[in-house]
Design a protein around this ligand. Structure first.
Ligand SMILES: CCCCCCCCCCCC(=O)SCCNC(=O)CCNC(=O)[C@H](O)C(C)(C)COP(=O)(O)OP(=O)(O)OC[C@H]1O[C@@H](n2cnc3c(N)ncnc32)[C@H](O)[C@@H]1OP(=O)(O)O
Length: 254
């Protein structure tokens, strides 16, 4: 029979290897569940592969403009609906939590130095100063197979004077489309990304990044994306992408 320690650890690793919304939330619940920790406590903490206190970066902070907060509040309200009897229940939208890393040490092959392994961070969450770079929150509607990201571009993302760098826009498009693809198809990697820049985005402004499933063909998930003003009257960017489902071993060289 499997020992409780091994059982607890395996269930957490399983949750991590399935990075869809349910997987993330399950992992989060296990993190907060005393029984999960009771099972695991006897392990030496140095063997513990996950960051102890993951901070959710997709929460309001002082750098957010009133517009960012208004759109965030709008979608948060859609995450919970009130029934006729006045009860609250889960709505069609779900806010994706966002961590700067999940594993305590980066993986990626024998050639990663110890320094890189310990200091690696998710690119979009690697700048500590609130509001300086990527401020964003992704909301997913799994039923409708689409998502919306509210994105406020900070001063460090400048490309053309006073406007957002095309690479920063591409980063956000990849992050949002990748997040939706992972929610719908499990572990994936971007295989192809096509972007048309239609109108520049002012630095410091807030935009919406809408993404939706186009179709799935075996291991291939095809998505579309549009970046618009918050009132959706102005189109800034359009994109299509292909994500290919992978075995997580693909990332660990196994
Ligand atoms: C937790 C949330 C946190 C969220 C954290 C936020 C992260 C955001 C997400 C970011 C995601 C990234 O940036 S990922 C980083 C950037 N991407 C990469 O580095 C990927 C590098 N490429 C690869 O590793 C590989 O090429 C793969 C995995 C994409 C595919 O390799 P493979 O698994 O061997 O599959 P392969 O047989 O080649 O291809 C499978 C099918 O896809 C097709 N295919 C493959 N590549 C292409 C292509 N470029 N264009 C067209 N089609 C392609 C093939 O023809 C085939 O079709 P058919 O013959 O079956 O019809």
């Amino acid at each position: 029979m499997m020992r409780p320690v091994a059982k607890g650890l395996i269930s957490i690793i399983r949750a991590f290897s399935n990075p869809n919304v349910a997987g993330i939330l399950r992992l989060q619940t296990q993190w907060n569940s005393p029984s999960a920790f009771q099972n695991i406590r006897p392990l030496s903490m140095s063997l513990w592969p996950f960051s102890a206190q993951p901070r959710d970066f997709s929460l309001p902070n002082a750098s957010w403009s009133p517009e960012m907060r208004r759109v965030y509040d709008h979608y948060i309200a859609l995450c919970e609906v009130e029934t006729i009897g006045g009860e609250k229940k889960t709505g069609p939208w779900r806010k994706l939590p966002s961590y700067n890393r999940t594993l305590k040490y980066a993986k990626g092959g024998t050639y990663l130095s110890k320094m890189i392994q310990s200091k690696a961070r998710l690119f979009t969450r690697s700048i500590k100063e609130h509001g300086a770079a990527f401020e964003y929150v992704i909301f997913v509607n799994k039923q409708e197979k689409r998502c919306v990201c509210v994105f406020q571009a900070g001063r460090l993302l400048e490309g053309p004077p006073g406007h957002v760098h095309g690479g920063a826009i591409a980063t956000m498009i990849d992050t949002v489309m990748g997040g939706l693809a992972a929610c719908l198809s499990g572990p994936i990697m971007t295989a192809n990304l096509n972007i048309s820049y239609r109108s520049p985005i002012t630095l410091g402004s807030v935009v919406l990044i809408h993404s939706a499933l186009d179709h799935v063909e075996g291991r291939k998930t095809f998505l579309t994306c549009r970046v618009t003003s918050t009132d959706e009257t102005k189109l800034h960017t359009e994109a299509t992408a292909l994500f290919v489902s992978i075995n997580v071993g693909h990332l660990f060289g196994t």
